[in-house]
Unconditional design. Structure first.
Length: 317
């Protein structure tokens, strides 16, 4: 069995990546461009990918491919319908990113609520010395206790974030499922969640239904001064509309770990927003604690072993 990992550099060098129990040939590449995919997977029966795109055209040129192992939870880079047509199994990794992602989301909330970036910029500009006092009041500070956190996506990460937020005194409400369902005491329709939440955090997958889920109209519907957290997928938010809402002052702040294009070019809306004191951007590392990456790597090998044993795990297709 030939196993090819197309983008090994999406895991840190310190991560220990074991080897499957079955007889196999292992090939790994640091990165792979779209033009290199078909050539590198010729003869491979298993491929491991994180961000490399596997579309219908690539899959049609790879008759030996039997299993795609996603080194991630999201599957928007793989054409699942084409995999079904060709009998290619697809599995992902699940639950590995807790507590890493919820803690990162909470860190962004705390940093924005306490205006840490604004204070750091003021200190670097010499404002403390200029003030002549033991403290100064250039930036507002919000207590999280007593505020409402609205969470879109009630999966494992969304629920884990909710439990942590409640421990800090926040009231937690979730968006009603986009697939339907009646509101419950802790679930609200999206329009009500936007209007009532002091902080909104996104934890849903990127699909055609959720692309630009938060656009200009949704941002305008949010409370003045509210905070927006996105550690899910960049495409969930209309980033030009976000930049406008931050510049206008309607949005109190935003903390993002993802962008619609990664890495974003210098003129990307999120890169422009970095000049603002109330915007924080991290480079898609919310998931990347040492423990989380090792759990991911372990599940990748576990998925291959389970497939070859005839008992597949975590199947998407």
């Amino acid at each position: 069995m030939q196993i090819v990992f197309l983008d090994r550099d999406t895991l840190a060098p310190s991560v220990r990546l074991g080897r499957p129990a079955c007889a196999h040939t292992w090939i790994e590449y640091p990165t792979t461009t779209p033009a290199q995919v078909v050539e590198r997977l010729q003869g491979a029966s298993v491929t491991i990918v994180n961000k490399v795109r596997l579309g219908a055209a690539e899959l049609a040129a790879l008759p030996a491919l039997r299993l795609i192992v996603l080194a991630a939870t999201g599957s928007d880079n793989v054409d699942l319908a084409a995999c079904r047509e060709r009998g290619i199994h697809v599995c992902n990794v699940q639950g590995y990113a807790g507590p890493s992602v919820p803690e990162h989301a909470l860190a962004l909330m705390l940093a924005l609520a306490r205006n840490l970036k604004g204070w750091q910029l003021s200190l670097a500009a010499g404002r403390w010395q200029e003030s002549g006092r033991f403290c100064f009041f250039d930036h507002g500070i919000m207590d999280l206790a007593g505020r409402q956190l609205g969470i879109i996506g009630r999966g494992t990460i969304g629920r884990d974030l909710g439990r942590r937020a409640e421990a800090l005194g926040l009231t937690v409400r979730y968006a009603t499922s986009l697939r339907g369902g009646e509101p419950t005491p802790d679930r609200l329709p999206l329009d009500e969640l936007l209007q009532s939440s002091d902080i909104l955090s996104l934890h849903c997958p990127l699909t055609e239904q959720t692309r630009h889920l938060i656009g200009a109209a949704e941002l305008a519907a949010m409370k003045p001064g509210a905070l927006l957290i996105n550690v899910g997928r960049g495409g969930l938010v209309d980033e030009l509309a976000l930049l406008a809402a931050l510049r206008s002052g309607h949005l109190g702040g935003a903390g993002f770990d993802v962008a619609s294009q990664e890495p974003p070019p210098a003129d990307h809306p999120l890169m422009q927003a970095l000049a603002l004191p109330n915007f924080i951007l991290t480079p898609h590392v919310a998931w990347a604690s040492a423990g989380a990456m090792q759990r991911l790597a372990d599940q990748v090998i576990e998925n291959i072993d389970a497939f070859t044993a005839g008992t597949p795990l975590r199947q998407l297709v």
